[in-house]
Design a protein around this ligand. Structure first.
Ligand SMILES: *[C@@H]1O[C@H](CO)[C@@H](O)[C@H](O)[C@H]1NC(C)=O
Ligand SMILES: *[C@@H]1O[C@H](CO)[C@@H](O)[C@H](O)[C@H]1NC(C)=O
Ligand SMILES: *[C@@H]1O[C@H](CO)[C@@H](O)[C@H](O)[C@H]1NC(C)=O
Ligand SMILES: *[C@@H]1O[C@H](CO)[C@@H](O)[C@H](O)[C@H]1NC(C)=O
Ligand SMILES: *[C@@H]1O[C@H](CO)[C@@H](O)[C@H](O)[C@H]1NC(C)=O
Ligand SMILES: *[C@@H]1O[C@H](CO)[C@@H](O)[C@H](O)[C@H]1NC(C)=O
Ligand SMILES: *[C@@H]1O[C@H](CO)[C@@H](O)[C@H](O)[C@H]1NC(C)=O
Ligand SMILES: *[C@@H]1O[C@H](CO)[C@@H](O)[C@H](O)[C@H]1NC(C)=O
Ligand SMILES: *[C@@H]1O[C@H](CO)[C@@H](O)[C@H](O)[C@H]1NC(C)=O
Ligand SMILES: *[C@@H]1O[C@H](CO)[C@@H](O)[C@H](O)[C@H]1NC(C)=O
Ligand SMILES: *[C@@H]1O[C@H](CO)[C@@H](O)[C@H](O)[C@H]1NC(C)=O
Length: 726
């Protein structure tokens, strides 16, 4: 017979030998057997360890600090949960003292009879060089304190399946592999402070399934760290890296982060971080930076931070984070000297700049810097005695250039002007501006005050409404071709409040450019002598052109000219009696035109015109050709709708030829052509109509609105006026 105690020992041995799976059940039973007032059993699905008891307070208290960064209970418990043996009233944790003879290791103080007991192993002699294999014999080791020994290698701890706390501070470990801890799924607290760690492989801590929550790597020798070992993708309490030599961050495996799960405090105090890291290179999208700042509060206290332009774009985020966390409030600048010992969050963001050296194309003697707060790169060469405009400038975009107070005499084009939005050239000796410059789309602001500008090129009109140019007070030569300057000046004043006082030298007089038209509008009808000369020139021109068979064009021009002349002298000539004011000639088969014509007719009739609309006004029974002849003869003016299908029928040919014949013989008759299909003159067969289009004596249908109606009416009325004079 086997007695009861033997069975118990066998059971215990069995449990010792057969690993973790069996334990899970027994832990639970232990947790359940005892009640732990003030705690609840905490086991979220992302955490393997089922030893953990979380204070009830975590379920109740809203911890404001992180309340919008994630689950409160989780963030509270990763920080405050404890293994149940630590809070149990009964002693569930036995300390095993590891001892050695020359030949073998043994445990002192093992009490094999206590089934419910877990072990903490300690070794305090200080000469331990490696983890002894004997640890694998006991499957109930949950804590190890091998602090202050000489361990270099920890690759063989993988048998400690339910290890909760590993204290290896003050040892000689120099690197960590990402396979070492992966197997320790219960490991929650890892203390590797005061070792000689220089390198940690990527993805060493962010493994799942696992339970890691507190990592201490203080006072090691790391110069860089991979971001996968900081932005651990699950909830943890903290990772401390105080007192290393970290200045660089790496992302060896080009991971991408989205901060969708997890977070925890990262303490990088007392390192050598000086620059704001290049986030995109580290796989951190800038647009989620804000959520990152809240999920991973980072402390970089006592780092030699260079408060420069790299912080410029993020200062707003950092200031916001500082409202909620201590960390960013104590970012203290080491550089530049001007900002030394200042808190980053107190600095005016305009001061977060990066100087650009001559190697990076800052012109000699100038002051160049990048200023993200104003989205610009300043190139300041003010008062540097330059005689020419520098030929190179920094390669960045958005240059804001100050070349004022120099001796520059010409403003030539350089390619960097395409990257410039503002240039100040005031107080130089500039006489000429390359007209090409006015066409640069990006260049929105040009200051040319206090220079010696002699001319303003018409290209200045290329500067659109949001572009501003100030010439200040200048004196230039003008001609009557510069009448555009009037409205341009007015526009600059109205849009930008830029007052350019431009003095014009014209016809031996000095006037303000804003009143140039007062001089220029009197030019044409000055002396009859000029008029005669003009006519002579014209007639020579006429005969020349006649040879070139521009017969109809000339005819039209001459006629226009004659009418002007008649208009002036009110010559009395005779006209046949009339029945209609306007005869309308168009292709009645084109239904679109037909529709439109109706509005034209009603519009004109409203204005008192008598209209002949052939489809309407011709007698149904009459001879069509005869009626055409009569009514054309009975009308003063002709409205011709020139469409692509006009003149396609024979009747229309006759109609048009009759109109032309009457028009030609009587100076008072008028033809108004509407270019309905906006045909080009080359596409028009009929040479007379072609002449109208070529000379621009037509109205395009495209400006169809009241303006077109008004134009037509005006043109017809002029005829009528002449008529009245007779
Ligand atoms: C156990 O509890 C004590 C006191 O509450 C605490 O200082 C210690 O860190 C705890 N140990 C573990 C492993 O949680
Ligand atoms: C761990 O071991 C070290 C060195 O032996 C000792 O000083 C320290 O008190 C121990 N810590 C704990 C929590 O047991
Ligand atoms: C690790 O050991 C050090 C002493 O060497 C001690 O201060 C610290 O509390 C220990 N940590 C844990 C988690 O036991
Ligand atoms: C780790 O060990 C260091 C040094 O002994 C100690 O100061 C620190 O509190 C420990 N941290 C943790 C999390 O155990
Ligand atoms: C562990 O680190 C090595 C580089 O040292 C890397 O190639 C490997 O992918 C990492 N393993 C994991 C799981 O990330
Ligand atoms: C974030 O990444 C994880 C895995 O890396 C993925 O499961 C999750 O869908 C991602 N979330 C978003 C919002 O992209
Ligand atoms: C350029 O420097 C001068 C003084 O050196 C300063 O007055 C001026 O405002 C600066 N210009 C710009 C655009 O910063
Ligand atoms: C241009 O420089 C002058 C002189 O330095 C200064 O008075 C003026 O305000 C500057 N204008 C612009 C637009 O920068
Ligand atoms: C600079 O801008 C002008 C006008 O916007 C453009 O015609 C020219 O091609 C640009 N030059 C370069 C080098 O981009
Ligand atoms: C026309 O020109 C002559 C000189 O050619 C000049 O004397 C006269 O004043 C001018 N007339 C007008 C109205 O400008
Ligand atoms: C035009 O002729 C009419 C009579 O035929 C006459 O009364 C009128 O004065 C003439 N007008 C002019 C400007 O000669």
């Amino acid at each position: 017979m086997v007695d009861f105690s033997t069975i118990m020992i066998l059971v215990e041995l069995f449990l010792l030998v057969f690993g973790v799976q069996m334990f899970s059940a027994s832990h639970l039973s232990k947790i359940n057997q005892e009640s732990y007032p003030g705690y609840f059993h905490w086991r979220p699905h992302t955490v393997v360890s089922n030893f953990l008891m979380c204070p009830d307070a975590c379920n109740h208290n809203i911890i404001f600090r992180r309340n919008f960064a994630g689950n409160n209970v989780v963030t509270c418990c990763v920080k405050n949960a404890q293994p149940f043996w630590n809070i149990s009233k009964s002693n569930l944790l036995d300390v095993l003292h590891l001892k050695t003879t020359r030949e073998y290791w043994f445990f002192e103080g093992i009490d094999t009879s206590a089934v419910n007991v877990y072990f903490k192993v300690v070794y305090q002699q200080g000469d331990l060089k490696e983890i002894p294999d004997i640890l694998c014999k006991s499957k109930k080791i949950v804590e190890i304190n091998f602090s202050a020994n000489q361990i270099e290698n920890i690759a063989n701890i993988d048998c400690l399946h339910i290890l909760d706390t590993l204290n290896l501070s003050f040892n000689r470990i120099s690197s960590l592999k990402n396979t070492t801890f992966r197997v320790l799924k219960y490991l929650r607290v890892l203390n590797l402070s005061y070792n000689k760690i220089q390198y940690i492989e990527p993805n060493t801590f962010n493994y799942r399934p696992g339970s890691l929550m507190k990592i201490n790597l203080n006072r090691n020798l790391m110069e860089s760290i991979d971001v996968t070992n900081l932005l651990i993708d699950y909830w943890f309490d903290r990772i401390d890296l105080i007192g290393n030599r970290i200045s660089k961050f790496t992302n060896e495996l080009s991971n991408k982060f989205n901060f969708s799960i997890g977070g925890g405090t990262i303490n990088l105090g007392h390192n050598l971080i000086s620059e704001f890291p290049n986030l995109p290179k580290l796989g951190i999208p800038i647009d989620i930076l804000l959520s990152g700042v809240f999920k991973y509060p980072i402390n970089i206290f006592k780092n030699p931070i260079k408060c420069d332009c790299k912080f410029g774009s993020f200062i707003k985020t950092i200031q916001l984070a500082a409202k909620h966390f201590e960390g960013p409030r104590i970012f203290i600048c080491k550089d530049p000297p001007l900002l030394r010992e200042k808190r980053l969050i107190d600095i005016n963001e305009d001061l977060l700049t990066c100087d650009i050296s001559m190697q990076h194309r800052c012109p000699p003697e100038c002051n160049c810097y990048e200023q993200p707060s104003r989205s610009r790169v300043v190139v300041n060469c003010s008062s540097t005695r330059k005689r020419k405009i520098p030929s190179v400038c920094p390669q960045q975009d958005d240059l804001d250039i100050d070349f004022s107070h120099n001796f520059i005499s010409g403003f030539e084009y350089h390619t960097y002007l395409n990257r410039t939005f503002s240039i100040n050239l005031s107080n130089n000796r500039i006489t000429s501006v390359d007209p090409f410059i006015y066409g640069i789309v990006k260049l929105r602001n040009i200051n040319l005050q206090h220079n010696k500008i002699l001319q303003i090129h018409k290209n200045v009109l290329l500067m659109t409404n949001d572009h501003k140019i100030s010439f200040g007070r200048i004196s230039i030569k003008c001609s009557c071709e510069m009448k555009w300057i009037e409205s341009w000046l007015e526009n600059q004043l109205r849009r930008h409040g830029v007052y350019n006082s431009i003095n014009c030298h014209i016809r031996g007089r000095n006037i303000q450019a804003s009143s140039i038209s007062e001089i220029c509008s009197f030019v044409k009808p000055n002396s009859t002598v000029k008029y005669v000369i003009f006519s002579v020139v014209i007639s020579i021109f006429v005969s020349l052109l006649l040879c070139l068979k521009m017969k109809y064009e000339l005819c039209l021009l001459l006629r226009n000219f004659k009418r002007l002349y008649l208009n002036r002298f009110n010559n009395n000539d005779s006209v046949e009696p009339i029945r209609f004011d306007v005869y309308i000639s168009f292709n009645a088969e084109n239904s679109n035109i037909m529709k439109w014509i109706k509005t034209v007719v009603s519009n004109l009739e409203k204005n008192g015109y008598k209209i002949c609309l052939p489809p309407r006004d011709f007698d149904v029974g009459g001879v069509h050709v005869d009626q055409i002849s009569t009514e054309i003869a009975n009308s003063i003016s002709y409205l011709v709708i020139l469409s692509d299908d006009y003149l396609k029928s024979q009747f229309q040919m006759i109609e048009w030829n009759k109109i032309w014949a009457h028009y030609k013989t009587n100076i008072y008759r008028n033809i108004v052509v509407i270019n309905y299909d906006i045909s080009d003159s080359v596409n028009i067969q009929d040479r007379k109509l072609k002449a109208f289009v070529r000379l621009g004596f037509t109205f395009d249908f495209c400006n169809f609105n009241n303006k077109l109606m008004n134009d037509i009416e005006l043109k017809l009325r002029r005829t009528e006026k002449l008529q009245l004079l007779t």
